[in-house]
Design a protein. Structure first.
Length: 164
């Protein structure tokens, strides 16, 4: 039996021009706009956030020629066991997903980065603190839903038997 935890992350689409250090368009502040305010991923997880007002974030390794990640929103996850974190999206925007490790936002180390077209998956280690940055390198905010699934090892059930 395979165990799977499903996280759904959705953000609405708005066209905006990025501005370093300020909201990218008028409107409501995005609650998970910074690493320090990252949403905790706890199964089941659904986030209907609108990232159009998210501020720019750090540049990441798969961000092509950009110097920042636009419309960045943050999530935090610490799996209780080793497994696979699978991320897919249906956004027409050029979405960038970056996975970081670190005890807190001041000690982040980029582990993986993908400029997604169809999705990706990462091996994760139980008890490790992971931070996920989702954004774009372009001027269009990402739209969801983003699907984030965690699958752990298949539990083994021991059966008692005897030989006669």
């Amino acid at each position: 039996m395979k165990r799977a935890l499903v996280f759904l992350i959705g953000v609405a689409c708005t066209l905006a021009v990025p501005a370093q250090g300020s909201a990218q368009s008028e409107g409501t502040v995005v609650p998970n706009d910074t690493c320090e305010t990252a949403f905790e991923l706890a199964p089941p997880f659904s986030d209907p956030s609108d990232a159009a007002n998210a501020t720019p974030d750090m540049d990441v390794s798969c961000n092509q020629s950009a110097t920042q990640t636009n419309f960045g929103v943050w999530y935090h996850y610490s799996p209780i066991e080793d497994g696979i974190l699978d991320i897919s999206d249906s956004s027409p925007a050029d979405v960038v997903f970056a996975l970081f490790e670190g005890a807190d936002c001041a000690s982040l180390s980029e582990v993986e980065c993908f400029d997604l077209e169809n999705g990706t998956n990462w091996s994760v280690t139980g008890g490790t603190e992971y931070w996920i940055l989702i954004g774009t390198w372009g001027s269009t905010a990402p739209t969801g839903p983003f699907n984030i699934n965690f699958s752990g090892p298949v539990p083994v059930e021991l059966l008692a038997f005897s030989v006669e």
